[in-house]
Ligand binder design. Sequence first.
Ligand SMILES: [Zn+2]
Length: 133
Amino acid sequence: MKEKFKQFMIGRYGLDQLYIGMLVLYFVLLFLSRWFMPALMTGAMTIVITLAVFRMFSKNISVRQRENAVYLSVINRVKQTVRQMFQRLNDLPSKRYRECPACGVTLRLPRKRGKHKTSCPKCGTSFEVTIKF
Ligand SMILES: [Zn+2]
């Protein structure tokens, strides 16, 4: 049985991060379907699991790899944004974030009330920042 499955999977795509993401989405929809539009959620769950199984058994490996790369770039951007939000929440008592007017990079400055002169470490531009609280 195991050998037959191995034979069947030769030349097929298999599992990747997008497959795991689709499974997570499936269980999130399952969880939501208990309270929120169960018929719609069941339909969405069917589509998600069908696509996940289709991708797993697909022989068009280059397209599946491209889909996974797009998924990973999106998910990494989301992870980075969430990480930055938590960093800013942690820094709330002691730091303030300001954007450099010249290059747009975000600076992490000590929380000192009033007007201060600061310079951007990236482009070297000096500018004035006001920290109110
Ligand atoms: Zn700058």
